[in-house]
Ligand binder design. Sequence first.
Ligand SMILES: Cc1ncc(COP(=O)(O)O)c(C=O)c1O
Length: 365
Amino acid sequence: MVRLDAHINELDTPALLLDLDALERNIETMAEYIRGVPAELRPHEKTHKTPIIAHKQLKAGAIGITCAKLGEAEAMASAGIRDILIANQVVGEPKVTRLVNLAKHSDIIVAVEDSGNVRHLAEAAKSKGVRLNVIIEVDVGNNRCGTAPGDPTLELAREIANHPSLNMRGLMGYEGFCQNIIDLEERREKATEAMAKLVSTRDLLDDKGFSTEIVSAGGTGTHMITAEYPGVTEVEAGSYIFMDTTYSRVEGLEKYDPSLTVLSTITSLPRPGIAICDAGRKTITFEPSRPMPLAKGLEGIIYEASSEEHGRLSVEEGSGLRLGDKIEFIVSHCCTNVNLYDQFHCLRDDHLEAVWEITARGRSQ
Ligand SMILES: Cc1ncc(COP(=O)(O)O)c(C=O)c1O
């Protein structure tokens, strides 16, 4: 392992770097915002997959965490985190068995959208003597999972109520399609429409006597809208801790600083105007719908293309770039990048303060 206190230039590459000052500032900035609004924060763990970061978010006031996968929830539970929402469907054996076993050790809430899955969860919970918390996922326009707002959601609530081994906690509705809309007013309009569908469905269920104490929604791009929408009780923002080149363009997120970078070495200078670095698609994700990675603090160097192990940079004349030089890139999508690495190299003032294992990296099952 690399020596603690090493300078950034002593680190080998490619490496995933975390600027601790920026991370801590981002956690506090969100916590401060949340203290001023009615909703609570249940940050999404899929961004960092790392217990120590989840514990920092909880210490700053988060009421629990959100996970995307059962495997992530297991990793977080075994790191001592109790209050966990799995904002996703858990379907089929052996996952349902794992889920009810996990519910014996943590306060797990799981999303549901299908009556057959509800019956499966209920039977498994009953056979293990567990009362499993469930939340109905409502499709608020994301065109992914979820019941349709209104009566179809009410019908599923009726099915849940047939099973004493299930504890109905409320609704979730993720307005993912709004997150990256650059213009704040356009985003506000679309996210507000989505939240109206969610909260009116909550009102319908309330009228019929169903328990809906939780109404969960929101991501980094919409947190300032959903957290203020009357009736939303918690927001699931994740990326605000790291940011990336996609979120850096989104209006209203200026107070969050990029804290996550990939450190890379220039390995080839094949011809004037071109440099090759050692961060290709296996170490810095490439998603065509997103902007490219950005060379941190450097003008005139553009990450323009990548293959598996190579990144091609276009370099302005006179850049003075030499073989072996190191460049930090702000990534285009923080969550998928983290999943490529085993560890964060955590820096303060350009010196290595800690190395954190990304415990839930790859826990996709
Ligand atoms: C269910 C759910 N909630 C919240 C989020 C918010 O994440 P972020 O803040 O990273 O945009 C996501 C992102 O994919 C999600 O899938």
